[in-house]
Design a protein. Sequence first.
Lengths: 109, 536
Amino acid sequence: MVGYHPPMAALSRSDVEHVAHLARLGLTEEELARLEGQLNHILDQYTILQKLDTEHIPPTAQTIELANILRDDAVQPCLSSAEAVANAPERDRDYFVVPAILGGGEGGA
Amino acid sequence: MGDPTRLHSHEMAALLRAGETTSRQLTEAHLAVAERQNRALHAWLVIDRQGALEQADAADKRLAKARSEGSDAVAALHPLCGVPVGLKDLVGVKGGQATAGSKILEGYVSPFDSTVAARLREAGAVFLGKLNMDEFAMGSSTEHSAFGPTGNPWDLARVPGGSSGGSAASVAAFHVPVSIGTDTGGSIRQPASLCGIVGMKPTYGRVSRYGIVAFASSLDQIGPFARDVRDAAILLHAVSGHDRRDATSAPVPVPPELLTLPASDDEAASYLKGRRIALPKEYFVAGMEPGVEARVREAVAAMESAGAAVEEVSLPHTEYGLATYYIIAPAECSSNLARYDGVKYGLADRSSGDFIADYLRTRGSGFGPEVKRRIMLGTYALSAGYYDAYYLKAQKVRTLIKQDFDAVWAAGFDAICAPTSPTVAFPMGARMADPVAMYLSDACTLPVNMAGLPGVSIPAGLSDGLPVGLQVIGAPWSELDMLRLARAYEGISARAPWRDVEPAELHLTDDPTTPSPAERKARQANAAATGSGGQA
């Protein structure tokens, strides 16, 4: 018996909506319907992996054996504040203007 | 000099150093062709005439100064000094666009040079412009570009492959001698194969990714496209090497011999004597076109005749590659693409005034269908309760896939030869309705990314008039040996009649009545909607 939680047979429509919200993707009804079919079709392809017993196989996250990359703690040239914020959709002098995330009401922030 | 656009970069370098041409002349000639043919081919998202000519003039000054200082100064120049190059539009160039083929990055201006751009600038290369690609490098046909598809110069109704389709098509169509692409699951090798040119994915860690738009960080690697192996090696040399700005770039020396692969076909061919080549039986399976299999087997037989020892081997976990890749790559993409939040850069919809609603709208309208699909897959595979079943499981199978390759190197083989793509270039639209059919395009290339190995695709002849690619895969850091082997195959096939065949529909790109790839796609969609069906 393989030692892992077997994948669910299928994603429901509400699963698709939940994952879209986790991913912060605003999807139309049409997109949600299409993705429900497509994601299930793709997930079906994943079931092949259940054939393999991998209980004692270590995972591979990267292929070259580099570890603990350190650098000198030295001052290096970097972007100016103006350059750093130049692509911001909304800015105030050298600051990014961010949306209010706390509470509603009067401006929220 | 003849037509400058038919020259390889190493031929341009010789002429430039001898003072027989100028970078401005070469750049003007390439700009003229690229500008004239781009409507029908749509390889370029932007052609930077003014910037290219400024760089060309600067290169001409460097060349003139070196000539005045003597032969040592000339020899110290990089062979790419004064040579026009193209860059996939995810390579950051200070002051220029880097859309990554996405609406969400439309209008973004790179505040700094990527390391690849900086190294090419230092070499004296001339940036002709930025090349079309599947959005965020996700795709195998360049049809997922938010800015419209690219045509294949061999048959304009077919795809150039992807995701680096613009990089491949521009080189195949003689708009530039060399270009830069990226390869996460085959995005350099597969379009090189479909366009009949050379394309290499180096070892993971060989080329710094600083300043490149990220897709899947344990797989992405930058590499060259060229019309011959020597040019691919020269471009690889220019961009390779450790970079303190990318902690995943490896402190491994860059072999200077990349600049001096043999010019003589016979000398190049002699490299094959005594080489041990492995032929993995799992790469010749159902779904492969007979014409592709025939060309690849003929190429391997020719290498055997030239002195290589060829043996069949097994890479037993090959069949798990696709599923493993399509868990790992989407998982990493969902994490990487979380940065597109409409705050620091990129598209921002702040119309509702509600933080979450604006966030959803920004990403919902900024990303295209394939990117959304992969973000969804990756988010699901990483979500609570499914991480072990999908992502961790895939990482474990990745170990098995890597071990398959390790066993081949341990058995003393120098290289693995395989098809690059199971098929020749497919018609536009043919795989757009079924994501899994599109994913199968990369079945022979993506295991190489998962194992972090170098792989190069080189032309191996034609099937029904369309190019077939031979893939040469090596152990980590063996790029030089793989390119020597590829150059050797070029040497033994130098007199084959197909070597002189130019892309069959290249002449149509000069015809103002030829429809653009986007117009073809629209006609096809109309035909499908009215029920008349069929491929355009």
